[in-house]
Design a protein around this ligand. Structure first.
Ligand SMILES: Cc1cc2nc3c(=O)[nH]c(=O)nc-3n(C[C@H](O)[C@H](O)[C@H](O)COP(=O)(O)OP(=O)(O)OC[C@H]3O[C@@H](n4cnc5c(N)ncnc54)[C@H](O)[C@@H]3O)c2cc1C
Length: 471
C-alpha cells in the first residue's frame, strides 16, 4: 500500500487537534518512539511525528485525518512489547496513549475498575489492593507496561496458570475504530451474548483493529495469604514432570509455576551479584500459592513441597514473608535484564506448547543450539507451557548472527509446531513474527484474519503490516 508522507500542513492540523505541546517532531525524541524492547536494529524505525491525544475524541480526529491523507498510524502504550508491534516500521504517525492515564472509577458493588489505557499495570495492581481488591493480570513488565498495551496484546504472565490471561478480566472497552468512529463494546455485565463477542476480538488485536481508549476491568477479592517455593532439580525433564502432579496428585492449582534453566540461573547470579542456592542445578522451578486462610496456605505448600521432594526436587526453599519471597522472585523477574547483561543483543522467543511437550521441545532446542553453535537460554511459565527461548548473540559477528538466528528460529518454530504448539503465547506477532505466522497458521484462519482487518480498516491505516500482511 503506498502511503503519503506527513507534511508541515498535516503537522499543523495535528497540533490543532491535540495541542502543540502534544505533538513531537524533534528527531532525537522521535527515535525513542521508534523501538520497543526488541533489541535488534532491524526492528527499529522512527515515526515522522508522534501525537499524544488526551481523550477518545482527539484519537478519533487523528485517525480520520490519517484516513483522509493515507498515513499509517501506530498505537503505542509503554513500548515494552517484545514483538515490534508498537514500532512504526512504515513511518507515519505514532499515537501514544501516555496522556490518557486516569483511573476513572472503582465500582465496589460490581467489582470493576474503569480506567484509561495509559495507566501502568503496577498502578492497577496497587490501586486495586489499596481498595481491598485484586487485579490478577501480572506480566513481568508490570512496573512499566500500560494496561492498554496488556489488553492489546492479551498479556499473560506469572499468574496465568491459575487466573488466565488479561482477556479474562476485560468485560468492556471503548475503542476508536480504524475509520475513526468511537464505540463502547461490552461494559459491566458479567454475561453478554448480544451479538458477536467484539470485546474479545479487540483483546490481543495488537493495535490493528482499533485504539483502546477505556477499559472495564474485573476485580477479584484479595487473597490474604501467599507463599513462594523455590525448588532446584538436576535436569529440566524431572523439573517439568512435577507440574501435572501438583494439580492431579496434589489437587492444587498454584498461582504461578515458573521455570529457568542453568544458563538463566547463572545469568541471574551475575546480574544480582549473589550466589543462588544449588547454582549448578539443571533447572529451577518457582511455585507461588495463594489462599484465603493461613492453615489452607500451609497445607497447600506442604503438599506441593512433598510432591517435589518425592519426585526429584533437591531441596524446597519456602518464602513465607515479603522479603524472602522477593528474593526468590527477583531471580526470575529480572531475567530479561540479566540476559541483556550476558548478551546485549538477543532474540527472545515466546513459543507455547501443551505442558507435557515442554521437555521434548527443550531437548530439540538444545540440539538446535549445538548444531548452530549458539547459546540459547530457556525460561518461562511451566504451568502454561510458555517457553521464552532466548538466542544470545554474545560475541558472534553481525552477519553470522542474522544468518544463524533465521535458521535457528525456523527450526525452533518447526519443533514447536510438531509438538502441537504455537509461535506466541503472550508477546504477540507484531512485525517480528508476521512471516512465521503466515507459514504456520491454517490458511483458512489467515484468510479470516485478513478479511476482518480489511472490513474494519479499508484504507489499512491502523498499524499496517503488523500481525497480518494485507494488500
Ligand atoms: C522485562 C519484560 C518482561 C515482560 N514480561 C511479560 C510477561 O510476563 N507477559 C507478557 O504477556 N508480556 C511480557 N512482556 C511484554 C510486554 O510488556 C507486553 O506485551 C505488554 O502487554 C506491552 O504493553 P505496552 O504498554 O508496553 O505496549 P506496547 O509495547 O507499547 O504495544 C504493544 C502492542 O499493543 C498495541 N497497543 C498498545 N496500546 C494500545 C492501545 N491503547 N490501543 C490499541 N493498541 C495498543 C501496540 O500497537 C502494539 O501492537 C515483557 C516485556 C519486558 C520488557
Amino acid at each position: 500500500m503506498p502511503y503519503n508522507k506527513v507534511t508541515d500542513k498535516i503537522i499543523t492540523e495535528l497540533e490543532s487537534i491535540v495541542g502543540v505541546e502534544n505533538v513531537v517532531t524533534d528527531q532525537e525524541k522521535l527515535e525513542i518512539y521508534g523501538g520497543d524492547e526488541v533489541p535488534e536494529a532491524e526492528w527499529k524505525h522512527p515515526p515522522e511525528v508522534v501525537v499524544k491525544p488526551r481523550n477518545a475524541r482527539e484519537v478519533s480526529e487523528v485517525i480520520k485525518l490519517a484516513n483522509r491523507e493515507l498515513i499509517p498510524v501506530t498505537p503505542r502504550g509503554a513500548g515494552t512489547g517484545l514483538a515490534a508491534g508498537a514500532v512504526p516500521m512504515l513511518g507515519g504517525i505514532v499515537l501514544t496513549v501516555e496522556n490518557m492515564n486516569r483511573i476513572l472509577e472503582i465500582d465496589k458493588q460490581n467489582l470493576f475498575m474503569v480506567l484509561e489505557p495509559g495507566v501502568t499495570t503496577g498502578e492497577v495492581q496497587k490501586h486495586a489492593r489499596e481498595e481491598g481488591f485484586f487485579y490478577a493480570g501480572d506480566p513481568c513488565s508490570a512496573e512499566s507496561s500500560f494496561i492498554g498495551g496488556n489488553v492489546a496484546t492479551n498479556a499473560g504472565g506469572n499468574k496465568a496458570v491459575k487466573y488466565g490471561t488479561t482477556s479474562r478480566y476485560v468485560y468492556g472497552l471503548e475503542v476508536v475504530l480504524p475509520t475513526g468512529e468511537i464505540t463502547t463494546l461490552g461494559g459491566k455485565c458479567v454475561k453478554d451474548v448480544t451479538g458477536y463477542d467484539l470485546v474479545h476480538l479487540m483483546v490481543g488485536s495488537e493495535g490493528t483493529l482499533g485504539v483502546i481508549t477505556k477499559i472495564y476491568l474485573k476485580l477479584l477479592p484479595l487473597p490474604s495469604y501467599n507463599a513462594v517455593l523455590l525448588v532446584p532439580f538436576t535436569d529440566m525433564r524431572t523439573a517439568i514432570n512435577i507440574v501435572p502432579l501438583i494439580m492431579t496428585n496434589g489437587g492444587i492449582i498454584p498461582t504461578s509455576i515458573e521455570f529457568m534453566d542453568n544458563t538463566c540461573i547463572r545469568s541471574a547470579e551475575e546480574y544480582l551479584n549473589r550466589k543462588l542456592p544449588f547454582g549448578d542445578a539443571g533447572a529451577y522451578i518457582i511455585i507461588e500459592v495463594e489462599a484465603y486462610t493461613e492453615s489452607q496456605l500451609e497445607s497447600d505448600y506442604e503438599t506441593i513441597g512433598n510432591i517435589c521432594l518425592e519426585n526429584g526436587g533437591l531441596e524446597v526453599f519456602v518464602g513465607d514473608n515479603k522479603s524472602s519471597q522477593e528474593k526468590i522472585w527477583k531471580a526470575r523477574r529480572y531475567l530479561a535484564e540479566s540476559l541483556r547483561v550476558t548478551s546485549p543483543v538477543y532474540c527472545m522467543e515466546d513459543i507455547v506448547v501443551p505442558v507435557s511437550g515442554i521437555p521434548a521441545v527443550l531437548e530439540d532446542i538444545d540440539n538446535i543450539a549445538g548444531k548452530y553453535n549458539i547459546k540459547i537460554a530457556n525460561f518461562g511459565h511451566a504451568g502454561d507451557g510458555n517457553i521464552h527461548a532466548t538466542l544470545l548473540k554474545e560475541s558472534m559477528p553481525d552477519d553470522t548472527w542474522y544468518e544463524v538466528k533465521e535458521k535457528v528460529l525456523e527450526e525452533v518454530y518447526a519443533s514447536t509446531h510438531a509438538h502441537g504448539g504455537k509461535l506466541s503465547g503472550e508477546h504477540g506477532i507484531g512485525a517480528k513474527r508476521v512471516k512465521a505466522m503466515a507459514k504456520y497458521l491454517d490458511p483458512v484462519q489467515m484468510q479470516v484474519i485478513a478479511a476482518i482487518k480489511k472490513a474494519l480498516d479499508p484504507n489499512l491505516v491502523l498499524n499496517p503490516d503488523k500481525l497480518v500482511n494485507v494488500d
